[in-house]
Design a protein around this ligand. Structure first.
Ligand SMILES: [Cu+2]
Length: 376
C-alpha cells in the first residue's frame, strides 16, 4: 500500500509491502529510469504477531495490518491477527531513499548526518548479486561481487551523500550497507541496509573525482576482505560436520536418527532421546521443496543461534547458515530440495535438552526439536 499523505512520517509516496513468512513490513521507493521502474527496498517494521497478508489505511491515517499463518507458517507465532501501526511523530534516523546515478548512488537520509562519519569509506559496504532462477523453491544467491567506493560527497545540508561506486551491474541487486553512518546527534541508523535493483543507469552528470572527495579503503581492510573470502564454509570437514563415519567407530553407530521436513515447516520428529556419549548417525533427507538444514545447539541456545544465522545476510548461504559460535555443536549442510546428508557425532556427556533447528532464515522459530541427552 502507498503512503500518499506522509502518514508514516518522512516516507511520503513510498510503498509498503507486507511479508507473510517473516511477519514484517518492507519499505520500497521506486524511480523510473529510461521507461523502466527500479528502486530500493528497506526493512521498515518487524515483529508482527502473525503472517502479514493485507495492509490498509484507517481513517485516522494509521495502518491496519491483517494477518494469518493458516496454510503457511510465519515468524509471528499467532494463527491470525490484526494490528494497527501508527507513527508516533518522532523522526527516525533512516535512509529515506537511494537513487541511482550514472556513476554510483545517492543516499538521502531522514536527518542530517555526521559529516566525518558520512565521508568515511569504512562506513559503507556495497555488494552486488543476483539469484539463480529455476523451478525449485528458494533461488540461491549467485555471482556476488564487491563494489568499491571511489568518492564520497556530503551535501551542504548534510541530508544527502553522493557516492561514486565501481562495478555496478545492470540487472543486479546492490546491497547497500551504511552501518558506520551516524546522525549529527550521533544516532545509529534504525535499519542500516537496503537493496537497490539496477535496471538502467540514469543520464546526468557524473561526479568528478577530486583530491577532496576521493576515498580508498586502507590496505588493512583489503586484507580483512580477503580473509573473509577464505573463511572455510561450514561444509568443510570439522567435528561439527563429519560426513564420514569416524574410523575408530569399528562397531558402527550406536543410534540412528532419521529426520526429514514435513509440511508446515516442521521436522518429522520433534523429540528424540539419546544416552550421553552415544555414537550417533543422523541422516537428514530434504524431501521438501525449499532449503533446510539441521543444527544442534547447546541447551537453551536455539533462539540465539537462529537469530545469529538470520544476520549472516549474503554470506549465509555460503556458510550453510551455520553461524560460527561454540553454541553450535553439530550441523548438516544446507540441503537443496531432494538432497540427503548423513552426519556422525558423539552425543554430549552432559545430560540436558539439546535443541535442533533449521537455521535457514525464517524457519528457526517453528522448525525445531529437542534431542534429550540422558545419563548412561
Ligand atoms: Cu528450514
Amino acid at each position: 500500500t502507498y503512503d500518499d499523505k506522509g502518514k508514516m512520517g518522512p516516507f511520503d509516496g513510498q510503498l509498503f509491502v507486507g511479508d507473510q513468512g517473516q511477519s514484517k513490513i518492507m519499505r520500497v521507493d521506486l524511480e523510473k529510469i529510461k521507461g523502466r521502474y527500479q528502486g530500493v527496498v528497506f526493512p521498515f517494521r518487524e515483529g508482527f504477531m502473525s503472517g502479514i497478508l493485507r495492509l490498509n489505511w484507517g481513517a485516522d491515517g494509521s495502518m491496519f495490518v491483517g494477518m494469518t499463518s493458516r496454510g503457511w507458517p510465519a515468524t509471528g507465532q499467532q494463527l491470525y491477527g490484526l494490528q494497527r501501526l501508527e507513527w508516533n511523530g518522532k523522526m527516525p534516523f533512516e535512509m529515506k531513499t537511494v537513487k541511482a546515478k550514472p556513476d554510483g548512488f545517492e543516499i538521502e537520509f531522514t536527518q542530517p548526518v555526521d559529516e566525518k562519519r558520512a565521508r568515511d569509506v569504512n562506513s559503507y559496504e556495497f555488494t552486488s548479486f543476483t539469484y539463480k532462477y529455476g523451478h525449485n523453491y528458494g533461488s540461491p544467491v549467485i555471482n556476488q561481487g564487491s563494489c568499491p567506493i571511489r568518492a564520497i560527497e556530503v551535501s551542504a545540508d548534510k541530508m544527502k551523500v553522493r557516492l561514486v561506486v565501481d562495478s555496478m551491474r545492470l540487472g543486479y541487486i546492490h546491497e547497500i550497507k551504511a552501518a558506520g553512518v551516524r546522525s549529527a546527534d550521533n544516532f545509529a541508523l534504525l535499519h542500516n541496509f537496503g537493496y537497490y535493483t539496477l535496471n538502467n543507469f540514469p543520464d546526468g552528470e557524473k561526479l568528478a573525482v577530486t583530491a577532496d572527495n576521493k576515498v580508498e579503503k586502507m590496505t588493512m581492510d583489503h586484507q580483512h576482505m580477503d580473509m573473509g573470502k577464505n573463511i572455510k564454509p561450514a561444509t568443510a570437514v570439522s567435528v561439527r560436520h563429519l560426513t564420514r563415519q569416524p574410523a575408530e567407530w569399528t562397531k558402527g553407530a550406536e543410534q540412528t536418527i532419521s529426520l526429514n521436513p514435513i509440511p508446515g515447516l516442521k521436522y518429522n520428529i520433534t523429540a528424540v532421546t539419546v544416552k550421553a556419549g552415544t555414537k550417533v548417525k543422523l541422516t537428514f533427507k530434504n524431501s521438501d521443496d525449499m532449503l533446510h538444514n539441521v543444527v544442534i545447539t547447546v541447551p537453551n541456545a536455539a533462539d540465539e543461534v537462529g537469530s545469529m544465522a538470520l544476520k549472516m545476510g549474503l554470506n549465509g548461504e555460503r556458510m550453510s547458515y551455520v553461524p560460527s559460535t561454540p553454541k553450535v555443536l553439530f550441523n548438516t549442510s544446507l540441503l537443496q530440495p531432494g538432497k540427503s546428508e548423513t552426519i556422525y557425532f558423539t552425543a554430549p556427556q552432559k545430560a540436558g535438552d539439546y535443541p535442533y533447528e533449521c537455521t535457514y532464515p525464517g524457519h528457526y522459530l517453528v522448525m525445531r526439536g529437542i534431542m534429550k541427552v540422558v545419563a548412561k
